[in-house]
Design a protein around this ligand. Structure first.
Ligand code: 3PG
Length: 311
């Protein structure tokens, strides 16, 4: 049966990855429509009208989008986090939703180290910074991304800790980190790196009380989701603790306020990327994009439902 797939990416994939996704669909004789770098939701609403499947990134797929997508059977989030998909609305319309876990992990891990090194070396301003060897890093969530960061951290000679309520402690240990008992215990360590999904439980859970527990030079790294951190309280911590650093790839609404607080220590005490850049490498685009294409073909041709998400 002829299928039409929409590649809807407000933040476009590398051209190389788009060509590979196209090739995967060509092979199955599927038609691929592209909506890249679009600027308004109306463009998305118009584009979904005649498609059987969609590949998205952080693009919002809510009830309004699904309403217009009369033929849609499956939406695949080329990436890990799926807080941008209204799973209940999908379920109500019997639309399958999937993600492609793990495909972005190394890209995010390398970005974490880029930010850590930039901060530790004072944004290369000529003054003495410090080395990462022997320092401790604690992971909130120990899934694919955290473990990829952990692998690099071990290579740097850092000491690893992790808290993940969904992974048994002995498994965490086997994967190279010392398990800790509570979220608060993570904040005894110099670096805390967030790798949890955005859920009602994690939303604004990283607050002043936790951040003030961090030792001297305490640094929070956020490559998870903006909303996991309590922004107003983050600003207070930046004001109260001149040693504290926040390295963030996932957006911060009060960026100008934060930059004003840290002044010429921007890129040392606070780093904000221009757009969420963690998954923005040609390799991650290839991995996640091709996985998404294969999952769509597998779903239609073989009824495969691995990686399908539950509301
Ligand atoms: C993910 O959850 O996979 C990352 O946040 C990547 O998001 P992006 O595709 O919007 O870059």
């Amino acid at each position: 049966k002829a299928r039409t797939v929409l590649l809807a990416t407000e933040k476009a994939f590398a051209a190389d990855a788009v060509a590979k996704i196209q090739a995967a669909f060509d092979e199955s004789k599927y038609t691929m429509k592209k909506l890249e770098n679009y600027k308004s939701k109306d463009e998305l609403l118009a584009a979904v009208a005649d498609v059987d499947a969609m590949i998205i990134r952080s693009d919002i797929v809510d009830a309004a989008v699904l309403e217009k997508a009369a033929k849609l059977k499956i939406v695949v989030r080329a990436g890990a986090g799926y807080d941008n998909i209204d799973l209940k609305a999908c379920e109500a319309k019997s639309i399958t939703a999937m993600n492609t876990p793990g495909q972005n992990a190394n890209a995010v891990a390398e970005l974490v180290f880029g930010m850590m090194l930039t901060s530790a070396r004072n944004n290369y301003d000529g003054t003495s910074g410090f080395e990462l060897v022997g320092r401790s890093i604690a992971f909130y969530g120990y899934g694919a991304v955290a473990r990829a960061v952990g692998k690099l951290a071990a290579g740097f000679g850092m000491v690893l800790y992790a808290y993940d309520p969904y992974i048994p402690k002995d498994a965490i240990k086997k994967m190279g980190a010392e398990p800790v008992d509570t979220v608060a215990d993570l904040f005894k360590h110099q670096y805390v790196s967030l790798h949890v999904p955005l859920t009602p439980e994690t939303k604004e859970s990283i607050n002043k009380e936790l951040l003030l527990k961090m030792p001297k030079g305490g640094t929070l790294i956020n490559t998870a989701r903006m909303e996991v951190v309590h922004e107003a309280q983050m600003l207070e911590v930046l004001k109260e603790r001149p040693d504290f650093c926040y390295l963030c790839d996932v957006g911060f609404k009060a960026q100008e306020e934060a930059k004003a607080i840290v002044g010429d220590k921007y890129m040392k005490r606070v780093i904000f990327t221009k757009k969420k850049m963690g998954a923005q490498t040609v390799e991650a685009n290839n991995n996640a994009g091709i996985a998404a294409a294969n999952q769509i073909v597998g779903f239609f041709e073989k009824g495969e439902t691995k990686f399908s998400l539950k509301a």
